[in-house]
Design a binder for this molecule. Sequence first.
Ligand SMILES: [Zn+2]
Length: 460
Amino acid sequence: MPVPSNHNRRLRSIILVLLMLLLAAGSYIFIQHRQARLADGDSTAAGPAQADDTSVVPATPGGHDTTLADLGTRPDWSTLDLWQETITRDDFLRLLTEVYTVGDAWKRYIQVNADHAIIRTDTRKQDATYRLKFSHIISEASPNRNWSSAGDLAPGTKEKPLAGVHIAIDPGHIGGEFAKIEGRWFQMGDHQPVMEGEMTLTTGKLIKNKLIALGAKVYLVRGANQPVNPQRPDFYRAAAVAKARSLGKLDEETIGNFQKKFFYRTGEIRERARRVNLAFSPDLVLCLHYNAEGWADPENPSFTTNNHYHVLLHGALTSEEIAHDDERFEMLVKILQRTHDEEKPIGMYVAHSLGLGTGLPAYEYSPGTSRAVRIKDVPGLWARNLLANRLYQCPVVFLEPYVMNNKEVHDRVQLGNYEGTKPINGVQKKSIYHEYADAVALALKEYYLDHRIIYQPEAE
Ligand SMILES: [Zn+2]
């Protein structure tokens, strides 16, 4: 056998490379074909009427748009024109770095210059930016916004300190037949199941009546243990397939889990925010929750001795979150509306009142956490970026008192709602719902009495 010439050797390596390319292309086509079949199969399963519907799921043209939050839509950055030259550089930087972000990942998207900031608007394009000019003077007037701070309101009275204040109450989660799918259902032995969505609704109804008595106009975001979102998991098939694909996953379990989550959480919260913002334009939103601590075996919940409260304001965007064009835009609107300046004192009153009313210790995030920012000097008050406290276009106070799988809390939930007091471990206590609602109503009463002009007719 003659030794192969250099020429032959080169020819062989070229053929080898071509073969490998052919193989790669073949497997690519195979994967694409499988993905297409997966998507088609789904629309057929969902029925022809819904096959069309899936095409209107936002921000999923040809796949999951990783530059937006889940089910997010591309913002109209020209809206920010409303706030040109309305915030000083110092205020902008203070809010951006001390409240709204964790670490300095923001520098990848926002460049703060002497008299303006350059903000990236569409991270799919290198040169898409928005220029925000700073103000040289601190203005006394409130910035453009569709909500009123306590200081903006016409005078209230001692009896009606909340007169004319628009407050939306958002009872967290859904409850009822949806409590299991949303993972807000557990049962200890033969006791009544505990469903956070039902507990928050009971609490929300009590708070509503108390705030109306103080003069507020109140909008209960949901009045039953039913979703506000008219869509169901089937609707989110295409978005879920795209999201799973973006994570390199094609299995039915992952896709199904995203479909459910997009229904009960992402889609539900987005629909609540859409309705509240459009129909009610509140001055304040209260997001009601009860906390729980994890247990090892999902099938066997266990008690914890821990019990605590905390209150969340909007802020603390992580590096992943600020990378999303819509989340960065929504954060900027909060900064430019100076939302935190109203949200913080309300949050302080609510956190203080919850601590006193429940007698519980304040919850502490672990030191060095990258998802929460401590609000100075107020035990139990933190900033976090949650979908609900980001999307509502006004100050939002998000409450997390009580640990539902604490033994005493569980016992109190079993007693249900009642008037007056009952003995709990030898101490007379209100129902957990009244205790929660009273603390919230008292906090808001005191906040508006202290921060609003109160009209006092002269004594006769
Ligand atoms: Zn919750």
